[in-house]
Ligand binder design. Structure first.
Ligand code: SF4
Length: 276
C-alpha cells in the first residue's frame, strides 16, 4: 500500500537530502520492503526464525528515487510555489542577503502561460519585495499591456532574489546559489513561454555567453532539470531589459518584434499599438 509522508517529515527529509548535496552526494534511493503480517508464534517457531534462511525471507526490494524538493508530487502550482517560498525562508545562502531589505520571490499568476525573468531586484523592488515595480517595472507593465495581457496574467521573477549592491550584475556564485529556486518556480508553473529580459538573465538561463544581437530573434527549448518528465518544457525568447530600453528607447521597436514572436507562439491577437 502506498504511504505518504506528513509535511514535517517531508521537510526534514528534504533538509537531509540538501545537506547530502552540499557534501557532494547526489543519488538517493528509497528501499521499500513489504510489511509482513506475523502470526502468533510458538517458541519453536521463534527459534526457527533465528535461522539465516528464514530471516532473509523478505519480498524483493523496490528501488524508488526520491526528490530533494518538498514541492515534488504537487500538481497544484499554488501549493508548490508556497512550499518553494517556505524552503527559501529568510535566506542567507549567498552574500546578497547582507544588504537586502526584502527577498523578491516573484509575483503573478501561478498558472501563467508566460513568464518574464529579469536579472535581480533594484532599490524599489528591494523596498517593496516585488519584482519590476520601479521605472523599469512601469515599462514592463506597458510591454505586457501592449501584448494584450495584464501584469496579473503573467509571472515575473529574477535570477537572484536579493538586490545586488549598487545594482551591479549578480556574481556567478550568487546566481548559481539562487537560480535553483527560480528553476523550481519554473518547474512548478510550467509556462508555455519564458521571456528572458536582458543579457544577464538570458546567459544565466541558457548557459550561453553571447551578445544580445545573437541571443535575440529565435526560440530556445527550456526545461529545468528537476521538472516533471511529463511536461515538455517551455520555449524561451530573449529581449532587452526594460531598464536598457529606458536608456536607449530606440531599441523599443526591436523589443516589440521579440514580443510579437512570443504573441504569435501563444496565439495572442496582436493589438494595434506597440510599446510606448
Ligand atoms: Fe538567498 Fe537568493 Fe537572496 Fe542569495 S540572492 S541570499 S540565494 S534569496
Amino acid at each position: 500500500m502506498p504511504r505518504t509522508l506528513d509535511t514535517q517529515t517531508r521537510h526534514a527529509l528534504a533538509d537531509r537530502v540538501r545537506y547530502c548535496h552540499e557534501m557532494g552526494i547526489y543519488d538517493f534511493y528509497r528501499r521499500e520492503t513489504a510489511v509482513i503480517d506475523e502470526p502468533a508464534q510458538s517458541h519453536s517457531d521463534a527459534q526457527e526464525e533465528m535461522s539465516p534462511k528464514k530471516s532473509a525471507a523478505v519480498s524483493p526490494a523496490t528501488i524508488v528515487p526520491i526528490s530533494p524538493y518538498p514541492e515534488h508530487g504537487f500538481t497544484d502550482p499554488i501549493s508548490a510555489l508556497k512550499l518553494i517560498r517556505e524552503d527559501l525562508g529568510d535566506c542567507t545562502r549567498c552574500k546578497l542577503h547582507q544588504q537586502r531589505n526584502k527577498i523578491v520571490f516573484g509575483v503573478g499568476d501561478p498558472h501563467a502561460e508566460l513568464m518574464f525573468v529579469g536579472e535581480g531586484p533594484g532599490a524599489d523592488e528591494d523596498a517593496q519585495g516585488e519584482p519590476f515595480v520601479g521605472r523599469a517595472g512601469q515599462l514592463l507593465n506597458n510591454m505586457i499591456k501592449a501584448m494584450g495581457l495584464r501584469r496579473e496574467d503573467v509571472y515575473i521573477a529574477n535570477i537572484v532574489k536579493c538586490r545586488p549592491p549598487g545594482n551591479r550584475q549578480p556574481e556567478r556564485d550568487e546566481s548559481e546559489t539562487c537560480s535553483p529556486f527560480l528553476m523550481r518556480q519554473i518547474a512548478a508553473i510550467k509556462p508555455k513561454a519564458i521571456v528572458a529580459l536582458g543579457a544577464t538573465a538570458a546567459k544565466n538561463l541558457l548557459a550561453l555567453n553571447a551578445p544580445m544581437t545573437e541571443l535575440r530573434g529565435r526560440w530556445y527549448d527550456f526545461k529545468p532539470a528537476a521538472a516533471d518528465p511529463a511536461w515538455p518544457g517551455a520555449r524561451l525568447a530573449v529581449t532587452y531589459h526594460p531598464a536598457f530600453l529606458l536608456r536607449d528607447p530606440r531599441q523599443k521597436g526591436e523589443a516589440w518584434r521579440d514580443l510579437q514572436m512570443v504573441m504569435k507562439y501563444l496565439g495572442i491577437e496582436p493589438p494595434k499599438k506597440a510599446v510606448e
